[in-house]
Write a protein of this length. Structure first.
Length: 153
């Protein structure tokens, strides 16, 4: 497998159908990946967006969560640990860090993993550290990402 990969997407502002920008405008958009997936997006509700659509902030937190999960599951599979369920309650926090500058300041992932064999619980817990170290999305952000796993059997 090659080390370098490029990912492409396209974005269209669909809110334009409701009218041009002004004091109040529709913030809706659609993202399409090169492979054909579509994501209906908007700004977060706190920034006058549509809460039924994914916001960029939602997608960043979801990217951290899903990258960690996929990396973790691959490591478990490689080590022979049978994971039978995986859920995560992830959250990211944005804050004003300077006048007119807001950014993510931290994120926490709370994966709850069920393993088939109770004897694998400690090894399964330890693999979260390795997964975090290998997750390229977490490695690409400039804020701390904490992992607080729970392993059950």
């Amino acid at each position: 497998m090659a080390a370098r990969h490029t990912f492409r997407s396209s974005l269209a502002w669909t809110g334009a159908a409701a009218g041009p920008t002004g004091p109040s405008f529709a913030r809706d958009y659609v993202v399409r990946t090169a492979d054909g997936a579509e994501i209906a997006g908007s700004a977060p509700v706190v920034f006058q967006g549509d809460g039924t659509r994914a916001s960029p902030e939602d997608l960043l937190v979801a990217s951290l969560s899903s990258c960690h999960m996929l990396t973790y599951l691959a490591l478990c599979a490689h080590k022979g640990i049978r994971v039978v369920a995986y859920e995560d309650e992830a959250e990211g926090t944005i804050d004003r860090v300077a006048p007119r500058r807001t950014k993510f300041v931290d994120a926490v992932l709370r994966p709850r993993v069920r393993v088939a064999d109770p004897q694998d619980a400690e090894s399964a817990r330890a693999l979260h550290h390795d997964a975090h170290e290998r997750c390229f999305v977490a490695a690409s952000v400039d804020f701390p990402v904490r992992i607080e796993p729970v392993i059950v059997s």
